[in-house]
Design a protein around this ligand. Structure first.
Ligand code: PLP
Length: 399
């Protein structure tokens, strides 16, 4: 039989759970796109997006997903033949590098594996060796959603400064803005990209590029700029129509407005604390289960783990069976083990991910963990008992 009927829980690392308030805000007739409520609403959305990114600089809105703003960021700062250094901790930094290459940019990937953060000493060595300052930018992710590794972005800036390297610092926060702490200006980030469908709790379809004046000066010289991705007309435009290089994403804007209101009402610091505690409860469950048998968190160092997503190594080829069981029998969808092994190989069935980003609370996370515990038993993945207890104790102590 199935116990999966009832409200479904999508616990994948994006898109995330959409709040009813966001859905309700989108449920309306088409608005006038030339003047009135919609046009008056957008400047406030830009201000509030900057508050979440903790920046006073510029924000451009695109009708796109995360891959769209990858391309936007690349085309606005580079010329064909420019060199960019991409420290990699998983699939997503490699994907961004691949897109740069396809656009004619010389992307050098430094591989730091899939289980730990960027090694700052090795990065410093590589930058110090670049005496002629050929490297135009260091481009990487804050959180790699495939491995759930979180990089220390403030430390990347310190490395650049200590070496005295003028490269731009470009960060992908698509997985984790509004979940893991990020401070664009305080940490000296020049370009940041994110999407609306993860920590910002809005259906996929809008994405954002934040950039400072140093990055905008790079835009001056860049020859990869194209009319649609150009960030200039989208920032402080003369005509509302130019914010979006065409028709506004009307309903997404109403949804995002509601999501930003929810973040402001809870307070960004409280939102981040909620994610931190819920992430620790997820880790505690997996650590306890892993006391017996092969189950283990992908990232050993808690300081290098994201608060938005957790990648798990099952240690046997039963992750697909587990994901299917919890989905069909209990109404919980877990994330696939993206980028850890080639799809279709037996290895592929050794990994899965739990998304705990955005509109999630303690009962959802504890419910998901209890469901996973049932699934582990049902499909025969060896584990110690007490994972849910371990998670509940953290919630009991911190809430
Ligand atoms: C989700 C994600 C992307 C890709 O976003 P899409 O909207 O699927 O194009 C890129 N980078 C990171 C870190 C992500 O989490």
């Amino acid at each position: 039989m199935s116990l999966g009927n009832g409200r479904h829980y999508l616990a994948i690392p994006g898109p995330s759970v959409i709040p009813d308030r966001v859905l309700a805000a989108m449920h309306r007739p088409a608005p006038n796109i030339y003047h009135g409520e919609l046009t008056e609403m957008v400047p406030g959305i830009v201000t509030d997006l900057k508050a979440v990114a903790r920046t006073k600089h510029h924000a451009a809105i695109y009708i796109a997903n995360g891959h769209g703003v990858w391309e936007a960021a690349i085309t606005n700062v580079f010329s064909r033949g420019d060199k960019v250094l991409v420290p990699s901790t998983g699939t997503f930094s490699e994907g961004w590098a691949g897109m740069a290459r396809a656009l004619g940019v010389d992307a050098e990937v430094m591989d730091f594996g899939k289980r730990s953060a960027i090694d700052l000493a090795r990065l410093a060595e590589r930058l110090a060796a670049d005496i002629g300052h050929e490297i135009k930018a260091v481009m990487t992710v804050q959180v790699d959603t495939s491995t759930s590794v979180r990089n220390d972005v403030a430390a990347l800036r310190r490395v650049l400064d200590e070496v005295g390297h003028p490269a731009l610092l470009m960060i992908d926060c698509i997985a984790c803005l509004g979940c893991d702490d990020f401070q664009m200006d305080a940490w000296g980030v020049d370009v940041m990209v994110t999407g609306c469908q993860k920590g910002l709790m809005t259906p996929p379809g809008m994405a954002f590029v934040f950039f400072n004046d140093k990055a905008d000066r790079a835009r001056e010289a860049a020859n990869c700029v194209t009319p649609y991705w150009d960030w200039r007309p989208r920032v402080d435009p003369e005509l509302f129509y130019l914010y979006f290089c065409g028709t506004a994403p009307t309903h997404h804007l109403y949804g995002l407005r509601a999501a930003l209101d929810m973040i402001a009402e809870e307070g960004l610091d409280n939102v981040l604390r909620r994610h931190a505690v819920l992430a620790r409860s997820v880790w505690a469950a997996f650590e306890r289960w892993g006391d017996v048998g092969p189950l283990e968190l992908n990232v050993q160092d808690p300081g290098a783990r994201s608060h938005a997503v957790t990648s798990v190594r099952v240690g046997s080829e039963k992750s697909t069976a587990l994901r299917e069981w919890v989905e069909e029998r209990a109404g919980l969808t877990l994330g696939i083990g993206l980028g850890m092994a080639p799809a279709g190989t037996p290895e592929w069935h050794r990994f899965f991910r739990v998304g705990h980003m955005g509109h999630v609370n303690a009962h959802m996370v504890l419910g998901a963990l209890a469901t996973i515990e049932a699934g582990l038993t049902a499909v025969g993945i060896e584990h110690a008992s007490g994972g849910v207890d371990a998670a509940a104790s953290i919630v009991a102590r911190e809430a």
